[in-house]
Ligand binder design. Structure first.
Ligand SMILES: C[S@@+](CC[C@H](N)C(=O)[O-])C[C@H]1O[C@@H](n2cnc3c(N)ncnc32)[C@H](O)[C@@H]1O
Length: 276
C-alpha cells in the first residue's frame, strides 16, 4: 500500500475540511486504505502525484472519486427508529393539518444510499393509509457522493438489509430478486423523491422546508463546519418546521435557536438566533 507522508496527509485533511466540512484529522490509515485502489486506477505511485492531478483536473472527476472514497455512507433502513414513530404520531399530523391545501416540503440532507428516504416514504404511506389524511408531499434527497446517490436512485439493496424493515412493509414494498440475493424498492416509494447532488457547505438556496432530516452527517464535521451547517439548516426551516438530527449529534442550547421537542428532534419556533 502506498504510504501517506505527513504533508500529503495534511493537504488532504485541509482539502476535505475546506470543501466539504469533513474532518479527517485522525483518519490517516482510513485515507491510505480507502484511496489505495483509486491511486492504482490513476496509475499513481505517490499521494503527491495524486494531489497534483487533483489540482490540475478541471473536470471535477478526480475530486468526485475522492469524495466517493472518503465519505462514510453507513446507513440502514429504520435507523434510529423512534424518529419514525414520532413522525407518525406527532410530526405528520401537525404538518398535514397545517398544509391541507399546500405541499409539505421535506429535505433529506446527507441521504447516502437512500435507505433513510425510503424509510421516510414507507412511514409516510403507512400514516396516510391509517389516517386517510392526504397532502401533497415533495422530498428532496441530497448527498455529496455521486456513488451513494446512484445507489439511492437504483433502490436495490443486499438481502441482509431487509431484516430491519417491519414484515408488513417488506411484503408491501420490497421485491426480492430471483436469485434471492437482493431486493428492489417498489416504485411507489420513489414517486415524490428527487435525488440531487449537493454540498452542505455551499450557501443555502432560497427554498424552505417543513421537515429536514440531517442525521449522522455532522458527526463527521469539525466544530466550525458543524456551526455553519446548523445555521444553514435553521435558515432553511419554515416557521413551525422540524429538524431531525442523529442521536449522537445533540445540539446544546447555546448552539441553536431551535426548540428541542424530543431527543434529536427540534422545531423552529420563530425565535431569533443568538450570535455565537
Ligand atoms: C453516515 S451517512 C448518514 C446517512 C443517513 N442520513 C443516516 O442517518 O443513516 C452520512 C452522509 O453524509 C454525506 N455527506 C458528508 N458530508 C457532506 C457534505 N458536505 N454535503 C453533503 N453530504 C455530505 C456523506 O456522503 C454520507 O452519505
Amino acid at each position: 500500500m502506498i504510504r501517506l507522508e505527513e504533508q500529503e496527509f495534511a493537504d488532504i485533511v485541509e482539502y476535505m475540511l475546506g470543501h466539504y466540512g469533513i474532518n479527517l484529522e485522525k483518519k490517516k490509515v482510513l485515507i491510505e486504505c480507502r484511496m489505495a485502489r483509486e491511486l492504482e486506477k490513476q496509475g499513481m505511485t505517490s499521494f503527491r502525484g495524486y494531489l497534483e492531478l487533483l489540482k490540475k483536473d478541471r473536470t471535477g472527476k478526480i475530486a468526485d472519486e475522492m469524495i466517493n472514497r472518503l465519505t462514510t455512507n453507513y446507513t440502514y433502513f429504520f435507523r434510529e427508529v423512534n424518529h419514525f414513530q414520532i413522525l407518525k404520531s406527532e410530526i405528520f399530523p401537525d404538518l398535514f393539518q397545517k398544509k391541507q391545501f399546500g405541499t409539505v416540503n421535506i429535505w433529506c440532507a446527507g441521504c447516502s444510499t437512500g435507505e433513510e428516504c425510503y424509510t421516510l416514504t414507507m412511514t409516510l404511506r403507512e400514516y396516510t393509509a391509517l389516517t386517510g389524511q392526504s397532502a401533497s408531499v415533495r422530498i428532496l434527497a441530497t448527498d455529496i457522493s455521486e456513488d451513494a446517490l446512484r445507489r439511492a436512485r437504483e433502490g436495490i439493496y443486499p438481502i441482509r438489509e431487509i431484516e430491519s424493515i417491519p414484515l408488513n412493509l417488506r411484503q408491501e414494498y420490497c421485491h426480492v430478486t430471483e436469485d434471492k440475493k437482493s431486493f428492489r424498492i417498489d416504485d411507489r416509494l420513489k414517486e415524490n423523491i428527487c435525488f440531487k447532488r449537493q454540498n452542505l457547505m455551499d450557501p443555502a438556496a432560497a427554498e424552505k422546508y417543513d421537515l429536514i432530516l440531517c442525521r449522522n452527517v455532522m458527526i463527521y464535521f469539525d466544530r466550525a463546519s458543524r456551526r455553519k451547517l446548523i445555521k444553514k439548516l435553521e435558515n432553511c426551516l419554515t416557521p413551525g418546521g422540524y429538524l431531525l438530527i442523529g442521536h449522537a449529534e445533540l445540539l446544546a442550547k447555546e448552539e441553536t435557536c431551535l426548540e428541542s421537542v424530543h431527543p434529536a428532534v427540534y422545531m423552529a419556533n420563530g425565535k431569533e438566533r443568538k450570535n455565537l
